[in-house]
Write a protein that binds this ligand. Structure first.
Ligand SMILES: C[S@@+](CC[C@H](N)C(=O)[O-])C[C@H]1O[C@@H](n2cnc3c(N)ncnc32)[C@H](O)[C@@H]1O
Length: 273
């Protein structure tokens, strides 16, 4: 099969996957995220693995999930045949989905992983929770082997869900939205503005990707939308609002840049925490 045929086949598969019905199912599950997180996160994990499979094979590949959270993604990646390691600074999060084997405790901004060690670096809905998102992205590039794939998704600040549980009041300002939330609920929001939730944009992330010497942009799309709505990403300004959630797919190019902070090898084994 020719390379062009291969690329066309992959594109067609991605179209078959990103249907309107799939978007509706995700949206319905999202509506019960607070009351039935199991339903939402299991669906999201299975959906993400299918989406990623449209860009790279997963069977036999090592996957590092930066900010893996409660561990729902572990089962989905392992079912696809990948060697999965989740990393999160919050140990408590791991146990929620009954997963703690193969989990690392650490920050995405200083990954305890050897340079070029993983085939796939994945991070879902984490970038907006990090004060220096480019440091996390740089680290993901560092640990991915040349030819490997990176998937990064996040909710832009100007998305209707940008303020998370304070949305849509974040449009009036993050501090104001947080104060309103506290008045209404008698407690501060879980995601604290400029402490654990930061304004992150699609434009800034694309600028980072295009100026980085060791990655090429494979795809940039609204993660949950049907395939025919992907054009919104080409419209600066509007994309920050209507994309809802942004997915960036990158290919690692260029040689390894080991050196300075050589890290522990990624083993995929149980890590004592
Ligand atoms: C909204 S959850 C996303 C969980 C999961 N990836 C998903 O898509 O459902 C955000 C996660 O990012 C983690 N996180 C926050 N700061 C981080 C950092 N510096 N490095 C890695 N993960 C971080 C949090 O502990 C939390 O588990």
């Amino acid at each position: 099969m020719s390379a062009a045929h291969d690329v066309r086949g992959e594109r067609a598969a991605r179209r078959r996957f990103a249907t309107f019905d799939r978007s509706v199912a995700l949206f319905r599950a999202f509506l019960v995220e607070q009351t039935d997180p199991d339903r939402f996160y299991r669906l999201l994990a299975a959906d993400s693995v299918r989406q990623i499979s449209g860009y790279t094979p997963l069977a036999g590949r090592s996957v590092l999930d930066v900010g893996g959270g409660p561990g729902y993604f572990a089962a989905a990646f392992r079912e696809a045949g990948a060697t999965y390691v989740g990393l999160d600074p919050d140990v408590g999060d791991f146990a929620q989905a009954g997963e703690s084997a193969g989990m690392l405790r650490g920050s995405g901004t200083a990954l305890p992983v050897r340079s070029g060690a993983v085939d796939v670096a994945f991070s879902s809905n984490v970038l907006e929770h990090v004060a220096e998102p480019s440091r996390l992205l740089d680290e993901m590039v560092r640990v991915t082997r040349p030819g490997g794939t990176l998937f990064v998704s996040f909710t832009p600040w100007l998305s209707p869900w940008g303020g998370h549980e304070t949305a849509p009041w974040h449009y009036l300002g993050g501090d104001r939205a947080a104060r309103r939330y506290e008045r209404r609920n008698g407690r501060p929001p879980k995601n604290r503005y400029r402490e654990t939730l930061f304004p992150t944009s699609i434009s800034a992330t694309l600028r980072w990707a295009r100026s980085h010497g060791a990655v090429e942009v494979v795809d940039a799309l609204p993660r949950y939308h049907p395939w025919w709505a992907r054009w919104v990403i080409r419209v600066p300004g509007a994309r920050e609002i209507v994309a809802w959630n942004f997915l960036l797919v990158l290919r690692r190019t260029g040689p390894d840049h080991g050196g300075a902070a050589e890290k522990t090898e990624l083993t995929g084994g149980r890590v004592a925490m």
